[in-house]
Design a protein around this ligand. Structure first.
Ligand SMILES: [Zn+2]
Length: 148
């Protein structure tokens, strides 16, 4: 059951960037530019994945979930762990989640996807746990994508 909505997938853009890197049109220093803030967010709030970094191929990628929305006030723009999202989704009407993948080895980073979460989306009969299921399903979907 998917309660995350208005999902925007950035895998095409990511593939285009990786093609440019492989072809030598873009240097790795242009794409491996994770800021200290992003790397700290990955260390403290990140979700480890099984996906290898497409650039250095020696580290697994970490997913960082950034949250945005008027209801969040001073929390807007902060990173949250995946486990915190269902709790927020039960208390807030609507907020935006941006998922960024980061390699702590070579600093590669790219936007993975964005989607909306919140109580507004639960009206279609989704129980609260649907949010966690949706997040897990999205992660599993990405793993399948990565293995293709
Ligand atoms: Zn890397």
């Amino acid at each position: 059951m998917r309660t995350s909505r208005q999902v925007v997938d950035y895998s095409l853009q990511k593939r285009a960037v990786l093609r440019d890197v492989l072809a030598g049109r873009v240097g790795t220093y242009d794409v491996c530019d994770a800021s200290p803030y992003l790397k700290n967010a990955a260390r403290f709030h990140g979700e480890p994945t099984e996906q290898r970094c497409p650039i250095c191929r020696s580290e697994n990628l970490t997913h960082v979930h950034y949250i945005y929305g008027d209801e969040l006030r001073q929390s807007a723009g902060q990173a949250r762990t995946l486990a915190e999202l269902p709790v927020l989704a039960m208390t807030l009407r609507e907020f935006q989640v941006f998922v960024v993948e980061v390699c702590l080895g070579c600093d590669w980073n790219h936007l993975v996807e964005q989607f909306l979460l919140g109580r507004d989306g639960l009206a279609e009969g989704g129980p609260e746990q649907g949010v966690a299921e949706a997040a897990t399903a999205a992660t599993q979907e990405r793993r399948r994508e990565a293995q293709r």
